[in-house]
Write a protein that binds this ligand. Sequence first.
Ligand SMILES: [Zn+2]
Length: 1012
Amino acid sequence: MHDDRLHVERRIDRLYRERILPAKYAARVPLAVEVWYVPDEPVPVAEALAAQYRPATVGEPWGTPWSTAWFRVRGTVPEQWAGRRVEAVFDLGFSGGGPGFQAEALVYDADGTPIKGVAPRNTYVPIANPAQGGEQVALLVEAAANPDVMVHGFRPTPLGDKATAGREPLYRLAYMDLAVLDEDAWHLALDIEVLAGLMAELSTSDPRRHEILRALERAADALDAQDVAGTAAAARAQLAPALASPAHASAHTLAAVGHAHIDSAWLWPQRETIRKSSRTFANVTALAAEYPEFIFAGSQAQQYAWVKAHQPAVFDRIAEAVKAGQWAPVGGMWVESDANLPGGEALARQLVHGKRFFMDELGVECEEIWLPDSFGYTAAFPQIARLAGIRWFLTQKLSWNQTNKLPHHTFRWEGIDGTRVFTHFPPVDTYNSDLSGREVAHAVANYAEKGAGTRSLVPFGWGDGGGGPTREMLETARRLRDLEGSARVVIEKPADFFRAAEAEYPNAPVWSGELYLELHRATYTSQARTKSGNRRSEHLLREAELWAAAAAVHAGYAYPYEALDRLWKVVLLHQFHDILPGSSIAWVHTEAEATYAQVADELRHIIGCATAVLAGAGTVFNAAPHARAEVVDAADGPVFVRVPALGAARLASVDPPAAVTVAGLVLDNGLVRVEVDQNGLLASVRDLAADREVLAPGRPGNLLQLHADLPNEWDAWDIDAHYRRQRVDLTEASSVTVVDSGPLVGAVRVVREFGASRVTQTIRVRAGSRRVEVETDVDWHETEKILKAAFPIDVHADRSASEIQFGHVYRPTHANTSWDSARFEVYAHRWTHVAEPGYGVAVLNDSTYGHDVTRSTREDGGTTTTVRLSLVRAPRFPDPDTDQGAHRFTYALLPGASIVDAVAEGYALNLPLRVVAGGEGAAPAPLVAVDDPAVVVEAVKLADDRSGDVIVRLYESSGARTTTTISPGFEAGAVTVVDLLERPLPHTPMEPAAARLTLRPFQIVTLRFART
Ligand SMILES: [Zn+2]
């Protein structure tokens, strides 16, 4: 026959868009609308119920940025609508875009009970089905005038802060109506959407494509374009056979899971996330009532906790849906955190607090990690996950890689210690699927395990700013259950998917090491004050738990369970994958900085109380896991002290190995000799014990380098490789002066000015320490720049080691392969280490995460390995003033360092000795002592069950099998090995009688000591 395929496709497309879709609502009457504008921040519904309203009209502008308007609407269902499906429909003045990035609302009944969210593509509230006619309708609509911060792409915008967003109304009320849903027209639109969507993905050589085309053509013939309502049923009848044809025997199975990715803060503040969660969760429970097969997966315990506190009625409906099997709490984490930067203990607590919430509140123990959107995944995760009772891992984000494609979609992911976790990476390449023909076909085509596995997971529902699944998506899923030419779409719980996927593919391939995202590499650096707040909070929490536990055990101090639980949850929330990475609007980061300051105050108070109980005064406390002999800054000046690990000592000076001599700009403590040149650069760092120069010949150390840093897109997230092509070395100093610090400390202060900015650095060498510290104050006023500090080190290092959670990862220093080359910016926690056999050097930091390590060969044949820290940047989106102003941090060079040294000094730099000044008092015994320096105590606390048992978490830090003795410093009863939730584990590496413990490389062990 003649080929008229394109003509027919165009005919169907026009009918669908211009006639069938608009016929969804058969009749409408406007509701009477009144409005009350909230003066400032959102209010509870009780306040809105009591407010004074005034009449409002369609077309009226409303909504200054970030404001709230409450609309009170009233109406009567017309008598002639008896028997029909009646809904209230709202258009707040929506832009053409999807939900989550513009105006949205929560609709309540007249008593203030929340019913359902309203947003673009989901604009209805059910009224009656079937209607009697004459029903009185009264609703309250809490409308949020959230601005679209990305409306102009990545251009700087003032919209991300209430203070700068302006006062112009953003929206114009379009309609608030009662309407009759024409079910035939609506279902016809859905039938066409599914069949046409599938057809477009099939090959033109596939007979099925043409069968669908002719079915659509017959439906068009049966339709009166001027009377869609009257002829839609006849048109649907023409499509029924095409929709009834079953899937191929070999069809891929898509496990469809309803989902709503809700960023806990991003282009909106936390307070708006509370409301987004309520709207979305109300939508989901409303949809669950209508579609019994619907299953929703909700992650992030924090969002449930918010909804429980702010909208208890919605939380009750969630609990019912969980009981009914329609709602699966997933992920087992407090938030979907960043998965690179949180410290080891914090990542463990993400799981402890998340899992506990879901178990206590909803009776569900999550067995999967659910992190579709975080920006890369630490190689420590498999072990941490398994120790929290997790069996499976899900991510999707690596589909954003710019360079390399991960070869697997279902695999066993192996961590640094050898632990493996069954992992799925949905081939649909989105966590916000709409189940369109295009996405379903992409999932099948992309799935890399074909022939070995038969199933993949697809999370469907509007996401990022929330929204979640719509009834149209559920109708689509019904049509795709068993349809010729399509994957089979089966709605099921993630756990059921994982069980089936693991059973059919037990020998899935292995991916070893970190899941590095080849994008968003600047999230290790942006918003440096937020990152510093996180680092300080993590270490203060460690100290507070340690000293409070010691005070409770030794002196009956009341352990502050509630305060610590609350403070941990605040810190965990701020590790969300747009807060800690620095990719949120100004509002979020300003708030985060203030919150971190409060957290620090509260934790210092707890530490102050506990240490005062323990030792009276005149004592030095060492919260680090290694004994220290070092100079401490006491009230009367520097004192050299010796303090045991996790313990305390009298503040009494002992003799240092040698005093520090300062001659001109040369600092010498007998261990290292540091020469500062006239420009304030490190001209030489000599390791006197090893008798070798640390720096490469002719290359100054601590060279500050300023690069242009304008990525192609995603300003706060991305640093593009081209940044290296433009660079200014800050070699000029405004002043270089020796700071008189007494015989125990030698220091030189260097001030540099450039652009509108100034850096003041104090280079310091202390008696008895090989550490060369660089205490840094930056007054930063650059834009679209990055400031790096370079240490060109004279070692031939094939790889660098960077500290991660409970261990370290190695990364090549060369760029042989595309995978190596893409890792041009990496993260480290407290240290990065480079070495050749027999000699290593570490670069330590107290709050910097971003690094790069490169290697070059010199004229003399030697190799220079250059370690650089990424100190501060200045992207202009989404926060146009990112990182402007004051920053304070310290980093240090540690010559002659093994990995074990780097671990110890990394803790020491981040946990300064704490002096309790004043009178007399005995120093208490450490709660626990470990006799191998490679075995590191990460946490000491009292048990969460409030039994008073002491919990000690430790790990092997060097990457070697190690045996150690553990000695409690108190009357301990039985000791058991427990999981992260402090439950007994079956396989124990402990010989209880001898208190000896053998750990495999990087093994994490949690011990529970009963109290006698
Ligand atoms: Zn996200």
